[in-house]
Design a protein around this ligand. Sequence first.
Ligand SMILES: Cc1cc2nc3c(=O)[nH]c(=O)nc-3n(C[C@H](O)[C@H](O)[C@H](O)COP(=O)(O)OP(=O)(O)OC[C@H]3O[C@@H](n4cnc5c(N)ncnc54)[C@H](O)[C@@H]3O)c2cc1C
Length: 387
Amino acid sequence: MLEAREACSGATGRNAGHCRPDAFRGFTALAKIHGPEQAMKILQHEKLVLDKVIDFISTNKVDCDFDLCGTFDVCMGEDFLDYVTNAFEEFKAAGGDASPIRWMESEEARKVTRVPSALGAFEWKAASLHPAKLCQFIIRSNVKNGLQLFTHTPAVAITTVTTPNGVWQVKTPRGSILASRVVHATNAFAPTLLPLLSGKVTPCRAQAHKIIPPRPLNSTNLLTHTYSLRYQLHHFYSVIQRKVDGAIVLGTSRGMPGMSEETRREITGTTDDTKISEEIRKDGLASFERSFGLGDGGDGMGRQIGEGEEFGWTGIIGMTPDLMPFIGPVPSLHGQFVIAGFNGHGMARIFDCAPGLVKLMDGGEWSDTNMPECFQCTNERLEQLSK
Ligand SMILES: Cc1cc2nc3c(=O)[nH]c(=O)nc-3n(C[C@H](O)[C@H](O)[C@H](O)COP(=O)(O)OP(=O)(O)OC[C@H]3O[C@@H](n4cnc5c(N)ncnc54)[C@H](O)[C@@H]3O)c2cc1C
């Protein structure tokens, strides 16, 4: 395993920790792009992934602050309310199982979610965890099982070496490795060594903040659920309160209306995760306070010393035009495989996509995996996305 920086220093070690299947909301948009059958399969796959994460963590007793809990999609704007209630109807009409999903009208939603301006809310099962702890556990176990891990060792080129086995030579600044099979598990960075994914996987910067909760959300007042506070389909904030220490992880909105052109340019097409945006920070913290009625959206949280934002950070996510990752053999590069393009939603996908990829590498067919067909990295899909 070659890692350009420290182990688990990419998005996985920086994410907000939401392991949250989309229960139904994405159905309408996904059905438009991939058809209703694939859309349903995508949603079912996310549910399966949560089950696999639960199973892995409990079987291996992974210490990663895992919290299996309920989650809310809180409707914060009329636009989103219309959109999501329609998506729920379409999901049900297409045969989707609505039994694990609870809908609440505004009065009930306000009481149950503790969001005073909620226009309605949906509830279903999800989980939160400390993603770096989970990832480090997996890497440590693999090292025990013989994995050789080379950190600060970027792969800079892959060339063919003429042997009967068609071996690949992976070059790094520390020397080269010969391998018959190479997996590009580099998410947003995949196009660097796979030019055929250029323009198909776009790096974007996502930003999160850790908040030490003020009195209305601390001690015996902890939030019992995780949240997506949704104003519009692409304008939302995620909120997770860790049970272990009460700290809140706030995922900021990358679709906030009125975002300056400068910020939009800065967070799109970049692999620089060393900076945070002050504009996104201010918007996120103010919105968080407003949502939970903590103040005037400015500094009005009524904070005591030590409460409020502790720090913020960013990480790079890999966006694809059709919202789905690329998994499987790389066309025309026999022995090279890809698993990349998780659209800021990898925690709801990777735990099954990685085992699925291994099945394919061992000669299995796509139908031997649980993955929706639209995840395949085929020439047809690449051509379609080039149009
Ligand atoms: C702030 C933030 C919040 C998020 N919140 C959530 C969330 O709540 N729920 C959710 O589902 N998802 C969330 N995500 C998205 C999630 O983190 C990603 O989808 C997931 O971690 C992708 O995993 P990955 O292993 O594919 O990529 P990464 O974890 O980014 O790993 C790719 C690795 O490849 C390495 N690399 C790149 N190029 C090379 C090279 N040439 N040679 C060697 N190594 C290389 C990188 O250094 C990196 O470590 C969030 C992301 C961020 C940044």
